[in-house]
Design a protein around this ligand. Structure first.
Ligand SMILES: [Zn+2]
Length: 326
């Protein structure tokens, strides 16, 4: 249980990773809501909360004391929009009841997020007092954290799977719910996925805590799995079906599973062994997939402004199934 009491923090636009204590040291005022390594369940439950109904559950939304310029209904709408991306991807919200705590902090934008599950699904978001409606429209942190709710808690060495799924699924879920254009998602993946490739001395995803390997290396694993499942099922199934099955089997963030259980439950949904065998090859040794060749097969070409999509490419239908063009 103790290992579930803390999680690393996603810091807004920089995409960098810091520990909780860093944020505390930066002087975020509400210590009762920011101190310690766990979610402040007791303090949260003493705050007035607004209930936001989502498909398959309810979100209890509460605000720690402090200034936030945006009106609360705008923030509620951000929570609702983010939850819709998640329910579109997963078919339902991952937990029946989730606490979301918004902690105001001096400055702009969405400044970070953390997710826990050990006493019920809970997300804490640090929101700049000066954040604008446009910041919330462009935000990815809330959806990223909600993806974490849709995976059992695992040993820390497998954080690459949890972060990889969040990095990979967050923009795809937002495309599927109509919040992002497909081309922008692939443009970012093509730009940033090389950060997840193994460096010298790498001993596989299970044995490195390097930021790039954890976040983008995990995302590469997810992309390879998605493409393989779709190729081998004639594009009938994808990673989305596999991860929905984990949720249906009760595998949300409130439970503790081994990675082999997560992957085998996901694999059983497709009748293929893609996730388990990819983990067998990428978990304990450095694997360096040819991303450039994969982009071309998917019909993705670097262009002066982002990306060009070629509908005649061999895997064009796979790309369209992952991120339908609107
Ligand atoms: Zn994360």
């Amino acid at each position: 249980m103790r290992s579930r009491a803390w999680r690393t923090v996603t810091i807004g636009s920089a995409g960098a990773l810091f520990l909780l204590c860093v944020l505390t040291l930066k002087g975020v005022a509400q210590s009762e809501y920011m101190s310690g390594q766990g979610f402040p369940y007791g303090a949260f439950d003493r705050l007035p909360a607004t209930d936001v109904a989502v498909q398959g559950g309810v979100i209890h939304l509460a605000f720690a004391p402090g200034r936030i310029d945006l009106p609360k209904p705008t923030i509620e709408e951000w929570v609702r929009r983010s939850a819709k991306a998640i329910t579109t991807y997963y078919g339902r919200f991952p937990v029946k009841s989730a606490r979301i705590l918004i902690v105001p902090s001096p400055g702009a934008g969405v400044q970070g997020g953390t997710t826990w599950g050990y006493r019920g699904g809970a997300i804490r978001i640090v929101l700049g007092s000066d954040a604008t409606e446009d910041d919330l429209r462009r935000d990815w942190v809330m959806v990223h954290e909600m993806v974490h709710l849709a995976l059992p808690d695992m040993e820390e060495r497998y954080a690459w799977l949890s972060e990889g799924l969040a990095v990979y699924i967050e923009p795809i879920a937002r495309v599927q719910s109509g919040d992002l254009p497909a081309a922008s998602v692939w443009s970012v993946m093509m730009r940033d996925m090389p950060k997840g490739l193994p460096g010298p001395g790498d001993r596989g995803l299970d044995n490195t805590s390097a930021w790039g390997r954890k976040y983008w290396g995990g995302a590469i694993f997810c992309l390879l799995a998605d493409v393989q499942i779709r190729e081998r099922s004639n594009n009938l199934l994808g990673l989305q079906d596999a991860m929905r099955a984990v949720l249906v089997a009760g595998g949300n963030h409130e439970v503790d599973w081994s990675i082999s259980k997560v992957l085998s439950v996901a694999d059983a949904a497709t009748g293929l062994n893609v996730l388990t065998s990819l983990h067998d090859s990428m978990g304990s040794k450095a694997v360096r997939p040819d991303l450039e060749a994969l982009w071309l097969r998917l019909g993705l070409k670097h262009a002066s402004e982002g990306v060009e999509i070629d509908p005649t490419a061999p895997l064009a239908s796979t790309l369209a199934a992952i991120t339908p063009i609107r």
